[in-house]
Design a protein around this ligand. Structure first.
Ligand code: EPU
Length: 431
């Protein structure tokens, strides 16, 4: 088991380049199943969630070739059985995208109910509502979702709640359906738009992605294409907050500043300098950190995936802050770990109440999930002394080379093997 060892309190400097967006990539990799020819995906992040997606594709008979570190050729023509077994699906929430893509191509899908980060109950009723509207029958047996449709026919899909996954699955299942589909109350996240752009580049006819109404005119064929995935909004936001928490001046490259607007606005309110360029943002210190209140919302609101990181920053701000996040049930599991580092933070129903402290102090902590783990990395970078973070595999689900990127920015962070006591000692001696 690996852990990160951070000797905190150092300022970051220089520049960092953001990788491709995890939440776009997991859907786009699955969407290659709908293509009638091989696809080449560029800016594909090297993270464990993508490795799992590739494993799922390979297990079904796809041919995958890595052309370089972030460029991959995927040929799904060899897939004949539309089934993702439990041992594959359980690891990752995004395995639900195989429901939409397999149904779209084979009019049949058998996918074990997806796992993923434990953020509380994560139902798929809205996904099933979309498939049903298109003409599919569903059943759940032995923890597996079975979908069958004689044909898929365009229809009106109205979502009762705003769901990224259900919106993407509705597009995936309807893109080759007969006729016209209208998706109402659609999610507007940048990755929803990226998936629509990918499908359109293959010859799909999707309009309105990025608004709450998406219109899909079904097509018979989708050709193989070369496509570059958008930069990761949340990875960029995480580095922005890491810079703010360490009072650093850094340049974050390969970003779409428009996607970062809500994060930029929150940071400015807290008193952090943010300068926007065409494809970069600079973060710089601007006096003391100020208290604020934030509520997470679907895009273009403040993203739930940035809630643990911004709350961590606010533990160091002057005064009392409240951060409310009711999108998932269980997104505050980092709070008790932060308290062990000296933070004054408590959970109150769907919010955290934070009283800013002078400094955080290093401590051994465990990453409870992906974004909570990223928040603990930020805490470790800002804290006085040594922080050891366990269960870092959660962090590596979604952050490409996070340790190496932080080291390049001058952070004192090492990835060490917990089972290797000599290495741990060596790292401690270096400090
Ligand atoms: N929901 C339902 N029924 C459904 C679908 C969703 O009740 O059929 C509820 C969820 O339980 C949740 C809310 O709707 O309360 C929003 O869930 P959504 O479907 O939008 O989330 P998701 O598609 O499962 C994606 C990201 C998450 C991100 C959320 C919200 C991927 C692979 N995952 O999840 O990313 O937090 O949207 O923006 O795209 C992360 O990257 O750390 C992460 C968890």
């Amino acid at each position: 088991m690996e852990k990160y060892v951070i000797h905190g309190g150092k300022k970051l400097e220089g520049e960092v380049t953001i990788s491709g967006a995890k939440n776009a990539a997991v859907a786009i990799v699955a969407a290659t199943i709908l293509s009638d020819g091989p696809c080449i995906l560029d800016n594909c992040p090297q993270i464990s969630d993508i490795t799992f997606c590739m494993k799922i594709l390979r297990s079904m008979g796809a041919e995958i070739k890595l052309l370089n570190k972030n460029k991959v050729r995927i040929d799904t023509s060899g897939i004949v059985v539309p089934k993702v077994p439990y041992e594959m699906a359980r690891v990752m929430r995004a395995s639900s995208y195989f429901l939409g893509t397999l149904l779209g191509r084979f009019h049949e899908a058998h996918v074990a109910l997806p796992g993923g980060c434990d953020l509380g109950d994560r139902p798929i009723d809205q996904h099933l509502k979309a498939f049903h509207a298109l003409g599919a029958e569903d059943s759940i047996e032995n923890g597996e979702v079975h979908l069958n449709a004689e044909s898929l026919i365009g229809n009106l899909i109205y979502f009762d709640i705003n769901s990224v996954g259900a919106t993407i699955n509705a597009m995936l299942a309807s893109v080759k359906a007969d006729g016209y589909t209208v998706i109402e109350n659609a999610a507007r996240e940048p990755h929803v738009v990226d998936v629509a752009n990918f499908l359109n580049s293959m010859g799909a006819d999707i309009m309105g992605a990025g608004t709450d109404t998406i219109k899909v005119r079904g097509v018979k064929k989708l050709k193989g294409v070369e496509y570059s995935i958008i930069p990761d909004q949340i990875e960029a936001g995480t580095f922005m907050v890491a810079a703010a928490a360490t009072h650093s001046d850094i340049m974050i490259k390969n970003v779409i500043p428009k996607h970062l607007e809500s994060i930029t606005a929150a940071l400015r309110k807290i008193g952090v300098g943010v300068e926007e360029f065409d494809e970069a943002v600079r973060i710089y210190p601007c006096g003391e950190l100020k208290r604020t209140s934030i509520k997470t919302m679907p895009h273009p609101g403040f993203p739930t995936d940035m809630q643990p990181q911004i709350s961590t920053l606010l533990t160091l701000a002057h005064g009392a802050s409240v951060v409310t996040d009711d999108i998932f049930d269980n997104r505050f599991r980092y709070v008790s770990e932060l308290r062990r580092m000296g933070a004054d933070i408590v959970v109150n129903d769907k919010a955290v109440i934070i009283q800013g402290v002078e400094k955080l102090k290093g401590a051994p902590v465990m990453a409870p999930d992906l974004r909570a783990g990223a928040a603990l990395v930020i805490a470790g970078l800002a804290a006085e002394g040594t922080t050891e973070i366990g269960d870092t595999h959660f962090i590596e689900r979604g952050y490409e080379n996070i340790v190496e990127k932080l080291q390049k920015l001058g952070a004192d962070i090492q990835r060490v093997d917990k089972e290797d006591p000599e290495e741990c000692v060596a790292v401690k001696k270096q400090a």
